[in-house]
Each structure stands twice: as structure tokens, then as C-alpha cells.
Design a protein around this ligand. Sequence first.
Ligand code: BTN
Length: 263
Amino acid sequence: MAGTPDIKAYLQDKLKTRFMGRELKYLETAASTQDVAKELAEQGAAEGTAVIAGQQRSGRGRMGRSWLSPAGGLATSIILRPSMASVYLLPAICSLAVYRTLGKLGIKAGIKWPNDVLIKGKKVCGILIEHSLTAGELRYSIVGIGINVNFDTGSYPEIADIATSLSAQLGRELSIAEVALGLYTELEAIYTRTGEPDRIIDEWSKHMVTIGQMVSADFHGSRIDGRAEGVNRQGNLVVRLSDRSIKEIVAGDVTIRNRNGGA
Ligand code: BTN
């Protein structure tokens, strides 16, 4: 398949980052790259260490869902050690890195709060961020990024209606190694700018297709419906309800109702 040359050799040759992806473990198959990265983090692996799997047998998604991860996708997990003060920026940083990577490949994407990446309303990338905390201290975060690069999402009934892939959008296959190269490069560029959180939040919200849409969300255990008006400085989604009150959604998922365009 175009896109599965020796990814590790390619990245070692081309990657110009300071730390992101510089240590890399490539596996043809893994249960979940999250678990492999966690094990490496526990052994003291350097920040930026990345794991890539050609396919995953039990890829994990957010909210206890599974993530379909056949050959032709990019499944990667990266070890980060952000400060406790900047950890809230990770969803913005990761989704922006994917957004920029796709942009450089000529693909106009959009971000669905908090960190899904969509093309024409269909999901092309999911991001799972897991943390290890001890006594209120953040030991490390594992950011897991799954991008549907070169496979036909239409042949998987469970995602056929809601997902797409880069190859379906471009009408040709891409090099998975090249996508990873772009991703690690953008990730480092944004991650090393956490000293300017407002710039990250502003760029993230500029590309967020959720804003302006009618959404449903879970708010402290009950469902709310309203219009997503924006994101605040903490990255929470600001929703205005029909009674004009404002609710700020901190975590979870939102469903966009009556989509009216956007990427
Ligand atoms: C979601 O949208 O629910 C998040 C999906 C995250 C998938 C990636 S693929 C690499 C890493 N390994 C996993 O098991 N999950 C993440």
C-alpha cells in the first residue's frame, strides 16, 4: 500500500523537530498505542516519544468508545509532560496540529469541539488524551491521534455514514509517513507556545465548525440544547439556551443539530 514504506526510517531522515517524534516506536500491530506509550512513559521515556501502529486490535476512543484502526490509518500516541497550568490546552493544541497538517496537504478541515477533526461534516480524525496523576501532580499525558488516511470508511458499516478518510477526499492515497511528519512538526510548533494560550485558543476557535450551530450536550448529567456561541479562555464551549441563559461545557461530547455547512 502506498503510505506504508519504512515509516521509522523516513521520519528519522526528515523530521526536524527538537523532541516531538524524535524517539519513535513503530509496531505493525498493537492492541492500543496508548498502552504502549504509557508503558514507555512509566519507564521514563523522553517527552515527545511517539508510538505508531500499522493497525490496532483494540483502539480506544473517547467516552469509552472503541476506535476502528485498520491498516491504512495513522494511529499514534505521543508522551507529553505539560505543566498542570497548561494541560487544558491539549485538546486545542492537538486538533489544531491536525488541522494545520491537513491544510498543508491541501485539505480544508474543521474542528468539532473539543477535538474531532472533520471534513465536510464527516470525522477524519479522533483524539484521545489520557493523563497519569499522582497526588494532584501531573506525571505525563498521552495524546492519541487517529487519522483515517488511506482506507475506505464506507466498507465499515459502523462508521460508513459518519466518517471519511483523506484518500476519499483527495481521490488518491497519501504517504502515512508524510502525514505523521506534518503532524509531529505542527504539534511541536504549537505545543511549545503554551506561553501564549490566547493565541492557541483563538486559532482553534477560528476553525471550529461547532460555533454558530445548534447543539445538544450533556451538562452535569442533563441534556441541554442551545446555540454554541464560542469558546471561552479555558477552552470551554459556551452555549446559549432558549431562555437566553449561558452554560459552559467543560468536557464531554456535543451533537451538532441542523448542520448548516462548514468543513
Ligand atoms: C475519539 O474520537 O473517540 C478518539 C479516538 C482516538 C484514537 C487514537 S488512535 C491512536 C490512539 N490509540 C488508541 O487506542 N486511541 C488513540
